[in-house]
Design a protein around this ligand. Structure first.
Ligand code: PLP
Length: 467
């Protein structure tokens, strides 16, 4: 299996070679040269597998350059910190089932992909005999998932910038309680955009990037997208009966279009998925796109701070991989769509709108702060189950698309403990923390405070980077 660029300008590369690069050299994203497919017999055989075994099978289709035994070792290690089931399913009534993706170390679905990414990137670096210094900016979930997945690795260090005073106490504790030598928390005197700009400046300095072995593990990373396809297969296998060819629908609380893109891959691979329901919050550029065919990203200043903060995005970095399929894998049409975006601020696929649903099964909806609170309350009153605000956005939009006889699976993207303020507002309950979480919250914190200054950051990286 080889990977090509959505913009047509990259020699085909094997899986491990695409993991250490961000964008393809032509500015596009890596996609499989041909999408692997799975038949009904294979799916039935997979019913008996544990989650790590299933991950080995599915990821083996994408990573044909990794020997099976190595892959099996990596998936076992990646999902070892999870409870035995890894991804439990539970009903919340009204034909809705939650798919629990937040059982990992940082209580959000990012762990599902990051835990595998940590293993496979270290493996790819070992094969190359090189090291990687990850430079990233976070407003919360991604940074902590990356740090927990990469802590203690020999060939990787992490430089994670976060805005001073802008993260919740819980998010700060999750990152700053780590004492590993290869984890560097840098607290910048500025907002998230300032952090992201510092990353862009340094990563754009190709000479510095090369000499310091800088890289990224952002949401376009192919290891993350492929690792996320696994739980769509897992959930289908748990929600259907043996021998049937039952279609199910998934609702996905969405931001960067990473999670739902993995579901789209699973559908392209042959998994019987009827609808992929995209749930957005008030920052609903993607809902707008799937309803109208017009994609008009917003500026950072137009992006609202909401009570489902991990979905607060203004542009969806993975959308290009969907557009590539929409235009029949014609890279020149991808290039022209993105150049229209630059010149006029939007692109328009109104003419293709019917295919979004008929061919790809994608529909969408928006959930607001009031919807979130009402949904958390309704689910709690009906079942006693407390769901987080992002999952609540999913449940709210899922209800609009439930069809008789089609199981509706809603992805649970975080645990409510991460967002205690919104839970209190919705149902007046003070969430209990486990002993383990309490000791994390009380642990000494490790961080370096820094001005919003490129030169200070360069000096810090030069002093601490692996080489
Ligand atoms: C990252 C995140 C999302 C959005 O996922 P995308 O892959 O960016 O669409 C939703 N919910 C939670 C809790 C997240 O951390």
């Amino acid at each position: 299996m080889q990977y090509i660029s959505t913009r047509g300008g990259m020699q085909p590369l094997p899986y491990c070679e695409t993991l250490l690069e961000g964008l393809a050299p032509d500015g596009g994203l890596a996609v499989p040269e041909t999408m692997p497919t799975v038949d009904g017999e294979t799916l039935e055989r997979w019913r008996a597998l544990t989650y790590p075994q299933l991950a080995t099978e599915v990821l083996g289709l994408f990573a044909s350059d990794i020997p099976r035994a190595d892959l099996a070792r990596m998936t076992a290690a990646a999902y070892d910190p999870f409870p035995e089931e890894v991804v439990p399913l539970r009903s919340i009534g009204d034909d809705l089932t939650l798919v629990g993706l937040s059982e990992g170390p940082t209580l959000a679905f990012k762990d599902m992909a990051m835990q595998f990414l940590g293993e496979v990137v270290e493996y790819a670096l070992e094969r190359r005999g090189s090291v990687l210094n990850i430079l990233g900016a976070t407003s919360g979930d991604t940074g902590s998932a990356a740090e927990h997945a990469l802590r203690g690795k020999d060939r990787i260090s992490v430089f994670m910038l976060s805005p001073k005073g802008r993260m919740s106490a819980f998010q700060r504790a999750q990152m700053f309680s780590l004492a590993d030598d290869n984890i560097h928390n840098i607290v910048v005197d500025g907002v998230f955009d300032d952090c992201q700009n510092l990353v862009k400046v340094l990563a754009g300095d190709l000479d510095f990037k090369r000499t310091q072995h800088l890289g990224a593990v952002n949401s376009i990373n192919l290891a993350r997208i492929t690792a996320q396809t696994v739980y769509y297969f897992w959930a289908w296998l748990r929600a259907t009966d043996a021998g049937g060819w039952t279609e199910v629908s998934f609702t996905v609380p969405s931001g960067n279009f990473g999670n739902i893109l993995s579901g789209f891959f699973a559908k392209q691979m042959g998994l019987p998925i009827r609808r992929l329901v995209l749930a957005a919050n008030e920052n609903n550029v993607l809902d707008e796109f799937f309803r109208t065919g017009v994609y008009r990203p917003r500026s950072a200043a137009q992006t609202l701070a909401t009570s489902s903060p991990s979905m607060d995005i203004s542009k969806a970095s993975n959308l290009e991989r969907f557009i590539f399929e929409l235009v029949g894998r014609d890279a020149s049409r991808v290039v022209s769509a993105w150049s229209e975006l630059e010149t006029q601020g939007y692109f328009d696929f109104t003419a293709e709108l019917a295919r979004f649903v008929d061919e790809f099964g994608i529909v969408s909806g928006t959930s607001t702060h009031d919807d979130r609170l009402a949904t958390i309350k309704a689910v709690y009153e009906a079942t006693g189950d407390i769901i987080d605000p992002h999952t609540a956005d999913g449940v709210k939009v899922a209800r609009e698309y439930v069809e008789p006889g089609v199981p509706m699976l809603v992805l649970e993207t975080a645990k409510p403990q991460k967002f205690a303020d919104t839970i209190r507002e919705a149902i007046g309950i003070e969430l209990e923390y486990s002993a383990e979480l309490r000791s994390m919250l009380d642990a000494p914190q490790h961080k370096t405070e820094m001005a919003d200054d490129e030169h200070d950051l360069r000096a810090f990286i030069e002093a601490h980077a692996l080489r």
